[in-house]
Design a protein around this ligand. Structure first.
Ligand SMILES: Nc1ncnc2c1ncn2[C@@H]1O[C@H](COP(=O)(O)OP(=O)(O)O)[C@@H](O)[C@H]1O
Ligand SMILES: [Mg+2]
Length: 325
């Protein structure tokens, strides 16, 4: 009997097209002797085809496990995960809480700080109170301004002086009620993949070399000029430090299944900072998440096997939990 895997892709977020590419590459890599693949496409306005998964347990009788391949809002943020919990379906990746924590860069930073994990100095402003002068007094430039929730570098600016700050705050505030201002780190960008439920393990890290002032939307999805080094060329102890912090961050954010943890390594000090964590990282043919695992000895089809195993394992564990007296 083959395992019937529903792959959810597309979706209402700005990362709709990337999700389609990620899902295509996942479906190609899935071992068809083990899995029957059932694609579920979600349009940009949120219409499901062939039809929606309903929230009642037992309603999706033809599905054994779900692989949500939806990046960003309404997919990576705990919303779809909530639907799948209601439907009592096992699914790949983080649960409701881990997904929503990871989506909110500010909550994520707070949880890291609570465990003494290194995050860059930051300030939070609300849309209703964007006080540029207060920021100018408190921080030295350059700064990064970003919406707390979102991805793909949308709404993010690097600001070089006080004069540019208001416009950057206004832009970020269009995408979220909560805006983060943080010190710009001059240095290298690293990423590290994590897999697991109770015993998460980290891959070898990679390095991103953006072709622009920072790793912005154009660089991620349009220009195709950013470069990557897998594994990152770093001294062995730095590699180990990245892997250790990636797992600690994963635990702090209560993740399960998988995540990709992104870092900034400061040139001047050699300090590592956790930048963010992504619970449904890119899976396109050029994406780093599967590449890092390949370099770490786990080829793409085996990675998918592992993700599905972890999904089933977590669902089993949940079944052993009592929800009533
Ligand atoms: N504090 C920072 N210092 C230096 N570069 C940063 C900083 N914050 C963000 N960046 C740059 O902006 C990019 C996007 O920011 P990030 O926080 O990762 O948001 P997203 O969720 O949109 O990927 C990063 O990949 C990096 O190139
Ligand atoms: Mg990022």
């Amino acid at each position: 009997m083959k395992l019937r895997v529903a792959v959810l892709y597309g979706g209402r977020s700005g990362e709709h097209e990337v999700s389609i590419r990620s899902a295509q590459s996942i479906m190609e890599a899935m071992d068809r002797s083990k899995y029957e693949v059932i694609p579920y496409f979600i349009s940009k306005v949120g219409k499901w085809s062939p039809g929606p998964i309903l929230p009642e347990p037992g309603a999706a009788a033809g599905i054994d496990v779900v692989f949500p391949v939806l990046h960003g809002t309404f997919g990576e943020d705990g919303t779809i995960q909530g639907l799948l919990e209601l439907a009592d379906l096992p699914y790949v990746g983080a649960g409701v809480l881990g997904s929503s924590i990871a989506m909110d860069k500010e909550v994520m930073k707070r949880l890291c700080r609570e465990r003494d994990l290194p995050v860059v100095e930051y300030l939070v402003l609300s849309r209703s109170d964007l006080d540029a002068d207060a920021v100018c007094r408190r921080f030295a430039f350059p700064l990064f301004v970003k919406p707390a929730n979102l991805g793909s570098s949308v709404g993010i600016s690097k600001v070089r002086n006080c004069a540019g700050l208001s416009a950057a705050l206004e832009l970020a505030a269009q995408y979220d009620r909560k805006v983060i201002v943080e010190r710009a780190i001059e240095g290298r960008e690293l990423e590290c993949s994590v897999l697991g439920n109770d015993e998460p393990v980290a891959s070898l890290p990679c390095q991103i070399l953006p072709s622009r002032a920072f790793y912005d939307y154009e660089d991620k999805y349009i220009l195709d000029q950013a470069q990557f080094k897998v594994p990152a060329e770093l001294p062995a102890e730095k590699i180990e430090a990245v892997r250790h912090l990636a797992v600690e961050c994963y635990r702090a954010a209560e993740c399960s299944g998988m995540a990709r943890v992104d870092f900034l390594l400061e040139d001047a000090t050699g300090r590592l900072y956790i930048n963010e964590i992504n619970t449904i990282p890119g899976f396109t043919s050029i994406s780093m998440f599967p590449k890092m695992w390949e370099q770490s000895g786990l080829p793409y089809p085996k990675l998918i096997d592992r993700l599905i195993e972890l999904a089933l394992e977590r669902h089993q564990q949940k079944k052993a939990t009592r929800f009533t007296r």
